[in-house]
Design a protein around this ligand. Structure first.
Ligand SMILES: [Zn+2]
Length: 249
């Protein structure tokens, strides 16, 4: 028996009585846990394995599979469960993780990133509109797709009134060096947006959520980060489309 602390990010029914949950844990990364008799239990354990709960889980391993013995809640993100926009965004974060994080590999930073983002999403201290680009860009950077943001990839200049970002290779090219129009998926970054992209990708983790960005630039940043994630992972996420449908209403 071992104890892990993790966020429930996916759940599905298995057979008539059982349930399987996917959990991002601090200790052993992403795992699937089978909960026998989940449809019957009405104890503390059953509420601890609901979506977006952060719980302490006692598990047994048998033949490479994990089975739940008992669970207790550590942090209940009530507001995420009650708010459709927040729930939709958390579902998108979950899909990003289940799609791209390897099972059974410790990933403490990604667990921290998810937990802290859910914390601010739940208490509303930061808008979901800024939490989305923060999570997307930091997540994809931690996953090994850190953009090359230190300067123009050809002349190394740090700032330029026109700076272009390539979504395929994550490189910057300044207005003097670029031949815009030749390649698709090149986006012009204004100085404010470039600063935000640098901040989110490179800042010390403790200061990540201190980012200040004028409200009118959030949508632009958000579009860039979601496209960068989509191009890097080679996938369009249905949960993202759903989130966007909801917030546009
Ligand atoms: Zn240049």
């Amino acid at each position: 028996m071992q104890t892990v602390n993790g966020v429930i990010i996916r759940d599905r029914k298995v057979g008539d009585n059982d349930k399987a949950v996917t959990v991002l844990t601090r200790e052993i990364g992403l795992i699937d846990i089978t909960v026998r008799g989940a449809m019957k239990i009405t104890s503390k354990s059953s509420s601890s394995i609901q979506l977006f709960m952060y719980s302490k889980l006692c598990i047994n391993e048998s033949k490479g599979r994990y089975y739940l013995d008992s669970a207790e809640p550590v942090n209940v993100f009530y507001n995420i469960r009650l708010d459709v926009e927040k729930f939709a965004l958390a579902s998108y974060f979950s899909e990003l993780i289940t799609y791209s994080v390897l099972f059974g590999q410790p990933c403490d930073i990604i667990t921290r990133l998810l937990l802290n983002t859910l914390y601010f999403l739940d208490n509303g201290k930061l808008s979901h509109r800024i939490l989305k680009p923060i999570f997307e860009l930091r997540f994809i950077s931690e996953l090994g797709h850190l953009p090359a943001l230190l300067g123009c990839c050809q002349c190394n200049c740090y700032e330029h009134e026109k700076m272009y970002f390539n979504l395929y290779d994550g490189k910057l090219t300044c207005g003097d060096c670029s031949k815009v129009g030749e390649i698709e998926n090149i986006i012009k970054l204004s100085p404010d947006i470039l600063n935000a992209v640098r901040y989110i990708s490179l800042i010390d983790y403790k200061k990540l959520y201190n980012i200040r960005l004028p409200d009118n630039l959030r949508a632009e940043l958000s579009e860039i980060t979601e496209n960068y994630v989509s191009v890097q992972l080679g996938k369009r996420f249905k949960t993202l489309d759903f989130y966007k449908t909801i917030i546009s209403q």
